[in-house]
Design a protein around this ligand. Structure first.
Ligand code: COA
Ligand code: ZN
Length: 304
C-alpha cells in the first residue's frame, strides 16, 4: 500500500460540527455525548463553539455544556470561535486550544461569518495575537478548501495564499475543511501538494464530510501523502437539517476501523466508539449513516 504512517491523530468533532448540524438537542445529552467520547481513548475532541446564538442556536448552551463536561486528562479539548467575542468566551471557559475560521471562497465566507475573506483575515491577525497573549494556541480552519457550493472549484493557490498569510501571522496549526463534501482524492492530492510546496513542515489537519461518499478515499489519499491528522464525527453526525442533501462528517468509527486494519494506531477503542455512535443515534433520534455502526467491524463474526 506504499509508505503509510504508523499512527494517526483523530479529532472527534461530533459534539460541535455534528450537533451544530442536527436539530437542537438538550444540554444534558450534549454532556453525555462528550463524556462518553472522552472515555473511548480519543485524544482530541472539538467540544463546542462560541458563536452567535442567532447564527447557530444549537451551540447557544456552549458554556453550560463545557462547564458540566468531564475533562479527562490526556484528552485535548478545543473550541471554535468566529470573532473576538467568541475568543473571550472560550478563554473565560478555560480553553487553551482555539480554532478560528475563514473560507477559501468569498461567498461561503460571507454566508458563514458575514464578512469578506480579507476582513476575516484581518480579524484572524488580531485573534491570533489575542489568543497567544492569553497563552492559548490558534488553529486556522480554511473552509471550502476543496470546493465551494456557491462558487464551484476553488483554486488550490487561493488556499495556499491564505496559508501564507496566517502562517506569517503566527497560526499554530492550519486545517483544511471540506464543508460541503466536494473533496475527491484528486482534489486532496492537489491541495496537499500545493500547500506542501510552500510549507513543507506545516502539519496539516484535514476535515472531510461524506456528502458524496468520497471521505474514506480522501483520507486514504492523504495518508499516502503522509498526512496524519483528521477530523471525524461519531456516527457521521451532522448534515444540515436546512440543506437538503448535506451530510455529516466522515464517521469516526469508519475511519478508525479502516486505520486499525492497516495497522495504523489511533489510541481509540473501536468497540467503545461504536457504543458511543449508538448513543449519538439515540440522542438525535434518527438513523446515522455509518456502515460500521450498522454492520459492526469486519472482525465481528456471525454465528455459523
Ligand atoms: N458569542 C455570542 N454572541 C455573539 C457572538 C459570539 N461569539 N458573536 C456575535 N454575537 C451576537 C451579537 O452580540 C449580536 O447579538 P444581538 O443581535 O442580540 O445584538 C448577534 O450575535 C450578531 O452579532 P454581529 O456581530 O452583528 O454578527 P453578525 O450578525 O454579522 O454574525 C457571526 C457574524 C460571525 C457572529 C455569526 O455569523 C456567527 O456566529 N457565525 C458562526 C458560524 C459558524 O459557526 N459556522 C460553522 C463553523 S465553520
Ligand atoms: Zn465540517
Amino acid at each position: 500500500m506504499g509508505e503509510l504512517p504508523t499512527s494517526v491523530s483523530i479529532r472527534e468533532v461530533g459534539p460541535r460540527d455534528g450537533l451544530q448540524n442536527e436539530a437542537p438537542v438538550p444540554t444534558a445529552d450534549k454532556v453525555r455525548l462528550l463524556d462518553a467520547l472522552s472515555a473511548t481513548g480519543v485524544r482530541r475532541i472539538e467540544a463546542v463553539s462560541f458563536v452567535s446564538p442567532r447564527a447557530i442556536p444549537q451551540m447557544a448552551d456552549a458554556d453550560q455544556v463545557w462547564a458540566a463536561a468531564r475533562k479527562v486528562p490526556g484528552v485535548r479539548y478545543s473550541a471554535l470561535v468566529p470573532n473576538s467575542r467568541g475568543a473571550q468566551r472560550a478563554l473565560a471557559a478555560g480553553f487553551t486550544e482555539i480554532e478560528v475560521v475563514v473560507s477559501a471562497s468569498e461567498s461561503h465566507n460571507r454566508h458563514n461569518v458575514n464578512r469578506s475573506v480579507a476582513e476575516s483575515l484581518d480579524d484572524i491577525t488580531q485573534l491570533i495575537g489575542m489568543l497567544h497573549a492569553a497563552g492559548a494556541t490558534a488553529e486556522v480552519i480554511i473552509s471550502t478548501s476543496f470546493g465551494c457550493a456557491y462558487e464551484g472549484d476553488v483554486d488550490p493557490q487561493a488556499v495556499v495564499r491564505i496559508v501564507d498569510r496566517v502562517v506569517a501571522d503566527g497560526a499554530d496549526r492550519v486545517s483544511f475543511g471540506d464543508t460541503t463534501g466536494m473533496a475527491t482524492p484528486y482534489r486532496v492530492q492537489q491541495v496537499v501538494t500545493a500547500v506542501r510546496e510552500r510549507h513543507p513542515d506545516l502539519p496539516l489537519l484535514l476535515h472531510f464530510h461524506n456528502t458524496r461518499g468520497t471521505a474514506l478515499a480522501n483520507i486514504l489519499t492523504a495518508l499516502q501523502l503522509g498526512v496524519t491528522e483528521f477530523d471525524a464525527s461519531v456516527g457521521g453526525l451532522g448534515g444540515c437539517p436546512y440543506a437538503p442533501g448535506a451530510t455529516g462528517n466522515v464517521a469516526t468509527e469508519e475511519v478508525v476501523h479502516m486505520l486499525h486494519d492497516m495497522g495504523i494506531e489511533t489510541g481509540i477503542d473501536l468497540e467503545a466508539l461504536i457504543e458511543v455512535a449508538k448513543l449519538a443515534q439515540e440522542i438525535v433520534g434518527r438513523e446515522l449513516p455509518s456502515g460500521v455502526l450498522r454492520a459492526g467491524p469486519r472482525t465481528r463474526l456471525v454465528a455459523a
